[in-house]
Write a protein that binds this ligand. Structure first.
Ligand SMILES: [Zn+2]
Length: 438
C-alpha cells in the first residue's frame, strides 16, 4: 500500500530542511514496488503507465512534468525541471529509463512483476536496470523540492521510454526533437556501482562511470560450394567460416591499460578481481553471438551449404579506431571467400573528464556514506544512453549509488533484485549529491 502522499509531504514540511526519513523510507519502498508492478517491457515500450506514476508523484510535490509521446504504441518520455540558484549555468540532467527487458517467468523464483519484498531484497524486472535508480532520482528530486532546498543550478530529470532497443524512441528522439530542453553541462545516468567483489576481491570499490566501450557489430560471411555431404570438400562454407572465426578472435594481446582503467587500478589500490567484467573493461573483446547456415528449412543434414554466416559482437575501448580494428581482423582472416561487414557504426565520444566539481562532489558524498570505499572513475563494458549525450559534448557519469555484489548483480537476468537497505542508502546518496555545490 502506498501511504497517502499528503502525509509524506506534511511530514517533510514540518521538518523543513531534513526529510522525515522513516516516512520517506516507507514511501520509497512502496513507490518502487508500484513501479516494478508496471509491465513497461520493451518491446513495445508502452510507458504510459510508468510516466503517469512519475507524473502524479511530481505533481503532488508541486513540480510540473511534461510528457512527450514519441511513438504510436504508448512510448512516452517525461521531463521535469527544478530551478536552481545560478540559472546562467547549464543544468544537471538526471537520466533514467522506464522500459525494461522481457522476462521468462519460468526462470524466476518470484513474480517478475510482483514488486515483492523478500529476504531483504526488492524483486522485479528493472529493480537494477533501472527502475531502482530511476526511483532514487525521482524521489531525491522531490525531496529537494519538498524540503525547500534550491540546488546550485537547475536540475532536470528525463525518463525515457526506450533505452533497451537503442533509444530510438527515447534519448535519440529527445535529442532530435527537444535538445534545447535537455541540453546540460552534466548527466547522471546508470553505469558505475559500488561492489565488494566485482572489481577487486574483498575491497569496497565505488566506480563512477566516465566512459563505455564502443559497440561494434560485424557479420562474417563465408562463400563456398554446395555439395553432397557424403563427399567432403575443402570449399565447405562452414569450414571456411569456422577458420575465419578462429582467426577473427585472435586479438593482439592488450597493450597498455586504457588511462581510465589505469586510474582505476591505482585508486583501488588492489589488483583487479578475475572475472568476465574486469576482463571486458581491460581490453577489446569479441563475442560470437550467432551462427547461420544450412540449406532448407529445417536445414538438410546431407547438404554442404554454399554460404555460412556469423555475427560478432565486438566491444572496443574508447579511442580504438574501429576501421583499423576491422582491417586487422580482415588481414588475420586473409581469405577472399570471407567478407566482413560492419552492421552498426560505433559511437565513440571518448571518456568524460573526471576532474570536475560534480565528480568531486559525488566522490565526497560516497565517501561520507561509505568511509572505507575506494572511489574511482571507471569504464563500463556495455552501452548506455550516456554515449549519445557525450557525443553532444555533455559530461556524463554513470552512478548507481548502491553496493551490489556478484551474486546479486542481476541486470537483465532472472530474479533481478536489489537490497532494500542499499536502495534506501542510495536515495540518501542521491539527495546529498543534488544538495552539493557543483
Ligand atoms: Zn538500463
Amino acid at each position: 500500500m502506498i501511504k497517502p502522499f499528503s502525509l509524506f509531504l506534511t511530514a517533510l514540511t514540518l521538518t523543513a530542511a531534513e526529510p522525515d526519513w522513516p516516512e520517506v523510507d516507507r514511501h520509497a519502498v512502496s513507490f518502487l514496488q508500484s513501479y516494478l508492478r508496471i509491465r513497461s517491457v520493451n518491446p513495445p515500450a508502452d510507458t504510459r503507465e510508468a510516466a503517469a506514476l512519475f507524473a502524479g508523484e511530481l505533481r503532488r510535490a508541486g513540480l510540473e512534468p511534461r510528457l512527450f509521446a514519441s511513438g504510436p504504441g504508448g512510448q512516452t518520455n517525461l521531463l521535469v525541471r527544478l530551478p536552481g540558484r545560478d540559472r546562467a549555468k547549464k543544468p544537471l540532467l538526471l537520466l533514467n529509463h522506464f522500459d525494461v527487458v522481457p522476462v521468462d517467468p519460468k526462470g524466476w523464483t518470484a513474480d517478475p512483476f510482483g514488486g515483492i519484498v523478500r529476504d531483504g531484497f526488492i524483486w522485479g524486472r528493472g529493480a537494477m536496470d533501472m527502475k531502482g535508480i530511476g526511483a532514487q532520482q525521482l524521489l531525491a528530486l522531490i525531496l529537494m523540492k519538498t524540503t525547500g532546498t534550491v540546488p546550485a543550478r537547475d536540475i532536470i530529470m528525463l525518463s525515457t521510454a526506450d533505452e533497451e532497443t537503442n533509444g530510438t524512441l527515447g534519448i535519440r528522439w529527445m535529442i532530435e526533437k527537444h535538445f534545447p530542453e535537455i541540453d546540460a553541462e552534466y548527466v547522471l545516468d546508470e553505469g558505475g556501482f559500488g561492489t565488494r567483489d566485482m572489481l577487486a576481491d574483498g575491497k569496497l570499490v565505488f566506480g563512477i562511470a566516465v566512459g563505455e566501450k564502443a559497440t561494434t557489430w560485424l557479420r562474417l560471411r563465408a562463400r563456398g560450394i554446395a555439395a553432397h555431404g557424403s563427399q567432403p570438400i575443402p570449399e565447405n562454407a562452414n569450414d571456411i567460416l569456422l577458420e575465419a572465426i578462429r582467426k577473427a578472435r585472435q586479438l593482439p594481446a592488450a597493450g597498455q591499460l586504457h588511462p581510465v582503467v589505469a586510474d582505476m587500478q591505482r585508486l583501488m589500490g588492489a589488483p583487479f578481481a578475475s572475472n568476465k567484467y574486469t576482463n571486458a573493461i581491460r581490453q577489446n573483446t569479441v563475442s560470437l553471438t550467432t551462427l547461420t547456415s544450412g540449406v532448407g528449412d529445417p536445414p538438410k543434414v546431407n547438404v554442404i551449404p554454399p554460404v555460412a554466416e556469423a555475427t560478432l559482437d565486438c566491444r572496443l575501448l574508447p579511442g580504438t579506431n574501429a576501421q583499423e580494428f576491422i582491417s586487422k581482423m580482415k588481414a588475420r582472416i586473409n581469405d577472399p571467400r570471407v567478407s566482413v561487414e560492419l552492421l552498426s557504426q560505433p559511437d565513440d565520444p571518448g571518456a568524460s573528464p573526471a576532474g570536475t566539481p560534480l565528480f568531486r562532489a559525488i566522490a565526497g558524498v560516497i565517501r561520507r556514506h561509505h568511509p572505507t570505499a575506494a572511489v574511482t572513475p571507471m569504464l563500463v563494458p556495455h552501452g548506455t544512453d550516456s554515449v549519445k549525450l557525450r557525443l553532444k559534448g555533455i559530461t556524463a557519469y554513470g552512478l548507481t549509488p548502491m553496493v551490489l555484489d556478484r551474486q546479486t548483480s542481476t541486470m537483465h537476468s532472472d530474479d533481478e533484485r536489489i537490497p532494500v537497505a542499499e536502495y534506501l542508502k542510495g536515495l540518501r546518496i542521491y539527495l546529498d549529491v543534488l544538495r552539493s555545490e557543483f
